[in-house]
Design a protein around this ligand. Structure first.
Ligand code: ADP
Length: 603
């Protein structure tokens, strides 16, 4: 059988890491669980022995016609009752602590994963492998680590029982113990084979499953419904999903049928061996003239030993299976991230950001998106980047924000490579509005306040920003003003038009008094008048900072000190509107083309 772990060492490593994670979650609770379950495991062999003494006491009365009053029968029965009681108490207690522990583990793992994800670079999210890894960690690993905790608990309990029962049976006959152990191995082998197969299937289907989930979400998301209905696209989505699920079903049936035959054969052989062992126990007991109590104890011990062996082996295989899934968490947690702590802070009072011979290819592709870019951005100045779709405008912004690093060349901040600065301090100096801004499912004031976490609840600052962007006009008309909850899919919430959402995103950017302001098509969903108002308002905001704006509407270029014209990833023109119009090149042509259409816009 091909094990999915290259070496047993890998498996042990995952196991150790998981145990460490379990330990770190709450050491006192883990110790308590271990003590309780060791006790619970010991109850089984002790119970066997007490029951033997009870049967023997009863037999004594029956055979020797003794008095039931003088007998120890009540004592053994009482002791057995106490053990049964203790067993229930330990089980309930262990379950209670395990449940609390699972919730704590859930918290620890969610925190670890979210913290790690926040440290990953944007390029990591572009990488389908890493993206799958993040999703896998999110999907299965949490339930699996909780399962590992339960497996560990079960293992401790069964191991204690196993040691106790082996002690009893070794006293009887070593061969019987060996036979019991050996007879469990074929089932163990088959279980491992089944687990490996399902894990292989899980991995093979992972991206497809993610795709199915994505299609389902697409089909039930509020804003998609109208388009889906018009094109009847739902039927196509349904067919695509059903085709994938049909393939799975066929494959599942094939795998399950194969394993059903193998498991049934091993099961029959196993049962046969148990009864063969029982015959041996009876023969040896009779030959050695053992008491009825002893015979009962040994016969029950055989059953209990078989149970604890198969429990132990199935726990080992469950632990193995859990480790296969849990390893996804560790793969994610071990992904390398740059240590930013020893880097100096980004200088808020910088004068110039310079692109020097910058070229860029997206990871995993081979096309240059930016080619040999040379330009300087000064603070405080405002720039507008224009160019046709796909000319590299957004990519230029991503590089400026250090979300990606140039493939060739470098970006210098007052002569120092931008990578030399602590990235989080760079982000702290940037305020931005992206095309695909976030619509938070919170109330209006939180949607704005998130622009400056330190002033999340500062209603005065929030209102000032909303006045500046013009968003206050529609906010005051909402049912609960700034307290109105947003996004219709949540109870008691209302939705906004795309343009209103965009105004909120712009207001969010205004909350943060950062020295760099980035606007990537921030007004794409606004009408011409609203857009004009916004740009008028931006005038005030731009005065003391570097403002760089991507726009496909050339009229916005009038508000900028300088215009950067990109064509197929190359800088083709740069200068003020006046200069570029006099030059009468690409910019002037495009501007005139749009200006003609703007003249047709009713004012
Ligand atoms: P613009 O903003 O001018 O429309 P972009 O900078 O968004 O252009 O895109 C430039 C080119 O880079 C396009 O050809 C686009 O397909 C490609 N591109 C953008 N993002 C990615 C990405 N994450 N991975 C690979 N290629 C990308």
């Amino acid at each position: 059988m091909v094990l999915k772990f290259k070496k047993t060492r890998d498996l042990l490593l995952i196991l150790i890491k998981t145990l460490r994670l379990l330990w770190r979650t709450s050491p006192p609770k883990l110790i308590l669980i271990i003590i309780i379950d060791t006790l619970s495991g010991a109850i089984i062999p002790i119970g066997l022995w007490v029951w033997k003494e009870f049967i023997d006491a009863v037999t004594n009365i029956l055979i020797k016609d003794g008095s039931i009053k003088d007998s120890l029968i009540y004592l053994w029965l009482a002791l057995h009752f106490v053990l049964i009681l203790l067993n229930s108490i330990t089980l309930t207690l262990s379950n209670y602590i395990q449940n609390i522990y699972s919730s704590m583990l859930n918290k620890v793992i969610s925190k670890n994963i979210l913290e790690k994800v926040s440290l990953l670079d944007l390029k990591d999210f572009d990488n389908a492998n890493i993206y799958n890894q993040i999703q896998k960690s999110n999907d299965e690993s949490l339930t699996r680590s909780i399962s590992l905790l339960r497996t560990l608990v079960g293992f401790i309990k069964n191991l204690t029982s196993f040691v106790g029962i082996v002690g009893i049976l070794l006293y009887f006959n070593t061969g019987i113990v060996l036979l019991c152990v050996l007879s469990a191995l074929p089932m163990f082998y088959i279980s491992l084979k089944i687990l490996n197969k399902w894990f292989e299937v899980f991995n093979m289907r992972f991206e497809n499953n993610r795709f199915v989930r994505h299609l389902k979400t697409l089909a039930i998301t509020n804003q998609n419904i109208k388009e889906l209905k018009i094109y009847n696209a739902n039927s196509f989505l349904l067919k695509t999903i059903m085709n994938i699920l049909d393939d799975y079903l066929k494959e599942d049936k094939k795998i399950r049928r194969r394993f059903l035959i193998e498991t049934s054969i091993v099961e029959i052989i196993d049962k046969g061996i148990v009864y063969f062992i029982k015959i041996l126990v009876v023969l040896i007991s009779v030959k050695s003239k053992l008491s009825i109590g002893s015979l009962t104890m040994y016969l029950t011990s055989v059953d209990n030993l078989k149970d604890s062996i198969s429990n132990l082996l199935s726990l080992v295989s469950t632990a193995y299976e859990d480790c296969l899934y849990v390893q996804n968490i560790f793969v994610l947690l071990d992904l390398p991230v740059q240590n930013q702590n020893d880097k100096p802070d980004f200088p808020s009072d910088f004068h110039c950001i310079q692109f020097r011979n910058v070229s860029f290819i997206y990871p995993g592709t081979d096309q240059y998106v930016l080619k040999n870019l040379n330009l300087s951005l000064y603070s405080p100045q405002s720039y507008v980047v224009v160019g046709q779709n796909g000319s590299g405008k957004t990519t230029l912004i991503k590089l400026l924000l250090n979300l990606y690093q140039p493939t060739e060349g470098e970006i210098l901040v007052d002569g120092v490579n931008i990578n030399a600065f602590n990235q989080s301090t760079l982000f702290a100096n940037i305020s931005a509005v992206f095309q695909d801004f976030i619509k938070y499912p919170f109330d209006v004031k939180t949607n704005i306040g998130l622009g400056d976490l330190d002033h999340l609840s500062d209603l005065d600052q929030i209102k000032t920003a909303a006045e500046q962007s013009g968003a206050s006009q529609f906010i005051t008309k909402l049912p609960s003003g700034y307290d109105t909850k947003l996004q219709k899919e949540w109870s008691g919430s209302v939705d906004l038009s795309l343009g209103q959402w965009q105004k909120l995103a712009i207001t969010r950017a205004l909350m943060k008094p950062a020295p760099i302001l980035v606007l990537d098509e921030p007004t794409a969903s606004l009408d011409a008048i609203a857009e004009y108002e916004i740009y008028q308002n931006f005038r005030g905001m731009r005065e003391d900072r570097l403002c760089i704006m991507v726009s496909h509407r050339f009229v916005n270029t009038l508000f900028a000190d300088s215009i950067i014209v990109l064509q197929a990833g190359e800088l083709v023109e740069m200068g003020s509107h006046r200069d570029l119009m006099i030059r009468n090149g690409i910019y002037a042509n495009l501007y005139k083309l749009q200006a003609e259409s703007y003249e047709k816009v009713p004012s």
